[in-house]
Design a protein around this ligand. Sequence first.
Ligand SMILES: C[S@@+](CC[C@H](N)C(=O)[O-])C[C@H]1O[C@@H](n2cnc3c(N)ncnc32)[C@H](O)[C@@H]1O
Length: 344
Amino acid sequence: MSIIQEGSATITTTNPKIVSKAMPVFYNPVMKLNRDVSILLLKSIDDKALAIADPLAGSGIRSIRMSKELPKSKIKSLTINDSSKEACKQIKKNIKQNKVTAIVTNQDANLFLLTSKGFNYIDIDPFGSPNPFLQSAAIRIARNGILAVTATDTAALAGTYPKACQRKYWAKPLRTEEMHEVGLRILIRKAQLVAAQFQKALIPLYSYSKDHYMRVFFRAEKSKGAVDEILKQHDLYKGAGPLWTGDLQDTKLAKEIAKNNKDDTIQDFLNLIAKELPVLGFYDIHALAKKQKLKLLPKTEDLIKAIKKTHKATKTHFAQASIKSTITEPQLIKLLKSKLLKNI
Ligand SMILES: C[S@@+](CC[C@H](N)C(=O)[O-])C[C@H]1O[C@@H](n2cnc3c(N)ncnc32)[C@H](O)[C@@H]1O
């Protein structure tokens, strides 16, 4: 066991030198940003007095940080669950050590959710795919509640295993530079379809792809009309999908999250997301130049400046040297080839 400091929490957990599912009490330091963003999102929305559920809690670090870092008015109750006995034993010790008040339960996450009265915030943070828990989370998320979903099975979502994607997410992935955006949109649609059965519309509030995982926060609206509107925005893209073609962020919220952050190490990432143009797909400049056999390339910033003379354009968090823009591919190729760029 090791003592870990993360945010305002100090916890004891299995030594995270080699992170694996086999850890008696799971803790992955790489997921600090995932937890940071959850806390920032809850800080940045107006919702108060939330009943919060952490059904796959590991060491309990996420809930402990929420309790210590969010204003008291945000949380009505905190329920921390894990199916591992050892994890629960440690969660109890960790909440005591951090002087946090929470209910700790030791159940299968589905049983835990389905036998509950429901929650305003449910954070599904499993090993691999969130699929096994989507249905019970969709049933138990309260009206206008927030459902957070992590998927770490990016090999399926981002197209390494297309058949696995089809089986698990009912969609065809893409194996190009855009694979992470496509994978995230496939994940979003899958969760939306599961919730649609219960007349719940899952509207993405904030979503991103990072390291080995994809993450999305939904606002759950109980309305048949809203569900119908969601389903209208499922479509194919470049032969992949069906996937969610709508917005990945609530732009106002994304800006608020970037503004409320105080950790320099994640500021650039949050800014990228907050500024990202809400369009489907992006141009990878190197891939485009290779296809066009162009040897000289402008800097991404310079190219964005040039595009912005006639169109909208921003960087994207999905890939380096890539641009989201309203410009069409032929127009962009023409611009890339033109003398205009040389004069920037
Ligand atoms: C990725 S870890 C959670 C990490 C934690 N949320 C965090 O932020 O540090 C997944 C956890 O789910 C637990 N788990 C796996 N299957 C489960 C199930 N069916 N029901 C409840 N917990 C489960 C594991 O014991 C493990 O602690």
